[in-house]
Design a protein around this ligand. Structure first.
Ligand SMILES: CC(C)(COP(=O)(O)OP(=O)(O)OC[C@H]1O[C@@H](n2cnc3c(N)ncnc32)[C@H](O)[C@@H]1OP(=O)(O)O)[C@@H](O)C(=O)NCCC(=O)NCCS
Length: 173
C-alpha cells in the first residue's frame, strides 16, 4: 500500500522515517518542549534514533500511524496515533502559537476518522499542559477522566487528564 501523504494549506504530513531523527532530536532534547512529556528530555542523538526506529517499525507493522510534519520542506513536528486510537504530538517551539499544531492535528484526526475508521480518538495529557489541553479542546475533545500518579518522570510522579473525541463530534475544517 502506498504510504499516505496528507496535505493541508501550510503543511505536508508524511510517514516518519529513520532519517528524521536529527530534526526530531532538536525537540525531544529541549527541556521546555519536553516539560509535560511522558519521559525526560533525550540526552543524546542515539536515544532519539532508537525512539524513531521503534515508531517507524510500529508504523510498518500497523500498530501505530506516525507522521512527520513538514512546513516549507522543514520538519517542524510529529503527530501520531499509537496504542490503537491514542493521539500524540509535539512541535518545534519556534512554530508554537501559529496554529500549526492545530492544522496538523486536525488533519491527523480527519485521517483517523475517514481513512482508519476510528469511532473515537483518545488523549492522555498532563493536567498542567495548558497548551495541549487548549489545542485538544479547540478541536472538540471533552474531558472524560483524571488519574493520579500515572507516570514517573525522573523522580517525580505526574497525573493524567483523559480526553476523548467521538467521530460524531469531529468537525473537519
Ligand atoms: C501542545 C502543542 C502542540 C501546542 O502548540 P500550539 O502552537 O500552542 O497549538 P496551536 O497550533 O493550537 O496554536 C494555538 C495558538 O496559535 C494562534 N494562532 C495563530 N495563527 C493561527 C491560525 N492560523 N489558526 C489557529 N491558531 C492560530 C492561536 O491564537 C493560539 O495562540 P495562543 O497560544 O497565544 O493562545 C505544543 O505546545 C507542543 O508541541 N508542546 C510540546 C509537546 C507536548 O506537550 N505535546 C502534547 C503531549 S499530550
Amino acid at each position: 500500500m502506498t504510504p499516505p501523504i496528507i496535505e493541508t494549506p501550510r503543511l505536508i504530513l508524511r510517514r516518519l522515517a529513520n532519517y528524521d531523527a536529527p530534526a526530531l532530536h532538536a525537540m525531544l532534547s529541549d527541556a521546555e518542549t519536553m516539560r509535560y512529556w511522558s519521559s525526560l528530555p533525550h540526552v543524546d542523538l542515539a536515544e532519539t534514533e532508537a525512539w524513531v526506529a521503534e515508531s517507524v517499525a510500529a508504523t510498518a507493522r500497523g500498530d501505530a500511524h506516525d507522521f512527520a510534519v513538514l512546513r516549507d520542506g522543514r520538519l517542524v513536528g510529529r503527530v501520531a496515533f499509537w496504542m490503537g486510537n491514542e493521539i500524540g504530538f509535539l512541535f518545534h517551539r519556534d512554530v508554537w502559537g501559529q496554529g500549526v499544531a492545530r492544522e496538523a492535528v486536525g488533519a491527523l484526526l480527519r485521517h483517523g476518522f475517514e481513512t482508519l475508521r476510528f469511532t473515537s480518538v483518545r488523549a492522555d495529557v498532563d493536567p498542567d499542559n495548558q497548551r495541549s489541553l487548549a489545542l485538544l479542546e479547540r478541536l472538540g475533545f471533552r474531558r472524560t477522566g483524571f488519574a493520579e500518579r500515572t507516570f514517573k518522570i525522573g523522580e517525580n510522579w505526574v497525573d493524567s487528564v483523559y480526553l476523548e473525541l467521538p467521530a460524531s463530534d469531529f468537525v473537519a475544517n
